[in-house]
Design a protein around this ligand. Structure first.
Ligand code: TPP
Ligand code: MG
Length: 326
């Protein structure tokens, strides 16, 4: 039996997606209660992109992310605890409390802290891929960005160089149809983003980003190409966010019929129904999985609320230059 038909693997995909959904829902309430500083950009509805891509990657591979990085982080193996501690600003957080929601990451787990500048992670990913190639490291970079990043100069500059130098990077565009409140067809004439790759001389395709197995499979094939030195690949994953752009945005610009259409293709319900039809789990089993994840989340919140806060002395650590001894 191949790994991709293995019940344990399939159930793990479902659990990872439920973990992301419940983490995001729990965190939303914590922010609304004012329990955490700053703002948040959440990914409810986009769970299959993060899990589909990251489940295909190996330990030697890295991801870059955006301001909407909670799902990417959980899918790449960061723990709820290190993420919640980070969101609370605690020193036990994955970035010692200095990154917060928009810069979540853990380089030891293969995730560069999120880059909140739209398109900013794309040249970074190309540079990392160049470094891997020069060091003959077998790793590949999966670079997540949104549809809004495709109109940035940084996208065009970086994909051009990545193609020219055959760099091992998968450009993963999560096309959720909106950049903040602006619909994609108001900012680009050709809304099929994967077609951009051809103009730079490399391959790309558009995939159902709400189908975790389709995303996993497409990523696996892109990885094989990258690892064998064939250069970059562009995956456009069609998906939809169920929540506003950030905490203060109720998302009223998303038409009701469009929301209903996408909600009927929710990535978690879709995959759970498939596993139920295949007899791998039943509705009660899905509920139990969800309850277990919620219990884990609540225990982690309890601990995060008691986690140590930085002191004034921490202001001068982890900066680019170490302080000169007096
Ligand atoms: C260079 C730059 N311009 C504007 C912003 C403000 N901004 C933050 S997110 C965002 C929309 C990004 O949309 P998209 O890339 O589609 O990602 P999504 O939010 O849909 O995940 C904007 C305009 C920014 N962070 N960086
Ligand atoms: Mg978008």
């Amino acid at each position: 039996m191949s790994k991709d038909n293995n019940p344990e693997f399939l159930l793990n995909l479902l659990e990872r997606m439920i973990e992301i959904r419940e983490f995001e829902e729990g965190v939303r309430f914590l922010f609304l209660e004012g329990a955490m500083p700053g703002t948040i950009h959440q990914c409810q509805g986009q769970e299959a992109t993060a899990v589909g891509v990251c489940s295909a990657l190996g330990k030697e591979d890295y991801i870059t992310s955006t301001f909407r990085g909670h799902g990417h982080a959980l899918a790449k193996g960061l723990s709820m605890q290190e993420m919640l501690d980070e969101l609370f600003g605690a020193t036990t957080g994955c970035c010692k409390g200095k990154g917060g929601s928009m810069h979540i990451g853990n380089i030891d787990k293969g995730m560069v802290p999120g880059v909140a500048i739209v398109g900013g992670g794309i040249p970074l990913a190309a540079g990392m891929a160049l470094s891997l190639k020069l060091n003959k490291n077998p790793g590949v970079i999966a670079c997540f960005f949104g549809d809004g990043a495709v109109a940035e100069g940084a996208f065009h500059e970086a994909v051009n160089m990545a193609s020219l130098w055959n760099l091992p990077v998968i450009f993963v565009c999560e096309n959720n149809l909106y950049g903040a409140s602006t619909r994609i067809d108001l900012v680009m004439k050709n809304t099929t983003i994967s077609e951009r790759a051809a103009s730079y001389g490399f391959g790309g395709e558009t995939v159902d980003g709400n189908n975790v197995l389709a995303v996993h499979e497409a990523t696996k094939q892109a990885l094989t190409r990258c690892r064998s030195g064939q250069g970059p690949y562009l995956l456009e994953l069609l998906t939809y966010r169920r929540v506003g752009h950030s905490r203060r945005d109720p998302g009223h610009y998303q038409p009701k019929s469009e929301r209903q259409d996408w909600f009927s293709r929710d990535p978690i319900n879709y995959f759970a129904s498939r596993l139920i039809a295949d007899g791998l789990i039943d509705a009660q089993g899905v509920k139990e999985l969800k309850d277990t994840v919620i219990a884990r989340f609540e225990a982690a919140v309890k601990q995060a609320k008691r986690a140590p806060m930085p002191t004034l002395a921490d202001l001068e650590t982890d900066v680019f230059a170490a302080k000169e001894p007096a």
